[in-house]
Design a binder for this molecule. Structure first.
Ligand SMILES: Cc1cc2nc3c(=O)[nH]c(=O)nc-3n(C[C@H](O)[C@H](O)[C@H](O)COP(=O)(O)OP(=O)(O)OC[C@H]3O[C@@H](n4cnc5c(N)ncnc54)[C@H](O)[C@@H]3O)c2cc1C
Length: 385
């Protein structure tokens, strides 16, 4: 094995081959893949799984989230989504944990004529990229999901956009990493110079800014969890996302009766839940699926997505520090991007080989920007997750 991080794995009995900073879905996936390939891995995190993933909806939506001006990101999302079936199956096989991976697909809907016009603009763009988006007549929509409000004007099916439950996924990743030999240390890394390993991978979500100086900023998302009464499954099977009177909203049904209803996208760093956001989310959700009005409201919570100035992740070497790799800035997509991030960062650690897919996401595209970066306010209000 050759590469830019020399020495064969596991000969040095003292020094880890890889130190991963951050035990969210990204850090744990990387730790799992590296440990499974024979590297000695230590993961540092004072509170594993406590970052954005603790509140995330878990949509795996490269098609519904193919937005204007994000072509390279869309390619990465699609490539990662392709790996999800194998990733989920392997994770379940090695841990025995059901991670709530569901493949019913996603319905994209518009409540009013204006909502539908807005949604159709995006579907046309997505179809232009050759993505599987099938417009449905209102009757076809209702055949698929009879619980949709009669007012819903129209929709389209994205049959390959799926979901997973991040609250099951992250503990499973932790178990898989540990089973493969990774060691978790309950410890916050304050400076990269405090970490002793041949390679350090910074996968600390929003915490990466302070460690690397890269422009990663918190993007607040408020989100609700509801539960169908009497422990039954929700009255719909697809992930449903759309606009309701101009409000972007999504609904993610779980088999255990939970429905995740989200989410705001706010350029703020606090995790306060506000009455206005809860009201807007509930109104939009109930307008699309009236039966939600009878559900229990069990949780209202906010998390901080690790955003970057161009909304795309930062993957690869930290400029000026060839012994440090960065895997952060996954913003709205850290769950769907976990498999490809893990595989390609593990390749980089083991073989020093950078997959061409990583080229647009190198850290050096932000050289000269300060931590926190310049927020891209175009995301506010018109995108989800
Ligand atoms: C409301 C909401 C909904 C979302 N929905 C979706 C969705 O449907 N699909 C999707 O793909 N993504 C979604 N996301 C985004 C997704 O949650 C994130 O992109 C993902 O969690 C990023 O993973 P991560 O491991 O990089 O960071 P995080 O999940 O934030 O984890 C970072 C970890 O690093 C640790 N850490 C931080 N600093 C340090 C330090 N100095 N030393 C040691 N450890 C440190 C933290 O304790 C934490 O455990 C959503 C996010 C939000 C907020």
């Amino acid at each position: 094995m050759t590469g830019r991080f020399p020495s064969p794995p596991s000969r040095d009995r003292v020094r880890p081959d890889v130190a991963v900073v951050g035990a969210g879905p990204i850090g744990l996936s990387i730790a799992w893949r590296c440990a499974a390939r024979g590297l000695r891995v230590v993961v540092h995190d004072p509170a594993p799984g406590s970052g954005a993933s603790a509140v995330a909806a878990g949509m795996l939506s490269p098609v519904a989230e193919a937005y204007f001006g994000e072509r390279q990101l869309t390619e990465l999302l699609l490539a990662s989504a392709e790996r999800w079936p194998g990733f989920a199956a392997e994770l379940t096989e090695v841990t025995g944990v059901d991670i709530g991976y569901r493949t019913e697909g996603t319905l994209m809907v518009g409540l009013t004529g204006d909502d539908l016009a807005e949604a159709r603009r995006l579907w046309a763009y997505q179809q232009g990229l050759g993505l599987p988006v099938t417009p449905l007549r209102p009757s076809e929509l209702r055949d698929r999901e009879p619980a949709l409000a009669p007012r819903v004007r129209g929709g389209a099916l994205a049959p390959t956009d799926h979901q997973v439950d991040p609250r099951l996924l992250v503990p499973a990743l932790r178990a898989a990493a540990q089973q493969a030999g990774a060691v978790l240390v309950s410890h916050a890394v304050r400076r990269l110079s405090d970490v002793d390993a041949r390679v350090t991978v910074v996968a600390a979500g929003c915490g990466a800014a302070a460690l690397t100086g890269l422009p990663v900023r918190p993007v607040k998302g408020q989100i609700l969890r509801l539960r169908a009464p009497d422990g039954v499954a929700p009255g719909f099977r697809h992930v449903i996302r759309g606009y309701a009177d101009g409000e972007p909203v999504y609904l993610v049904p779980r088999v255990d009766g939970e429905v995740v209803l989200g989410a705001t996208v706010e350029e703020r760093a606090d995790t306060t839940v506000t009455a206005g956001a809860v009201q807007r989310l509930l109104r939009a959700g109930v307008d699309l699926l009236p039966e939600l009005a009878e559900y229990d409201l069990v949780e209202a919570v906010a998390g901080l997505r690790p955003g970057t100035p161009d909304n795309a992740p930062i993957l690869g070497p930290l400029p000026g520090r060839p012994d440090v790799l960065v895997a952060t800035g996954h913003h709205r997509h850290g769950i769907v991007l976990a498999p490809i991030t893990a595989d390609l960062i593990a390749d980089l650690v083991l073989d020093g080989v950078s997959d061409p897919l990583l080229a647009p996401f190198r850290a050096d595209r932000f050289l000269g920007l300060t931590p926190g970066g310049s927020p891209d306010r175009s995301t506010e209000g018109d995108q989800w997750s």
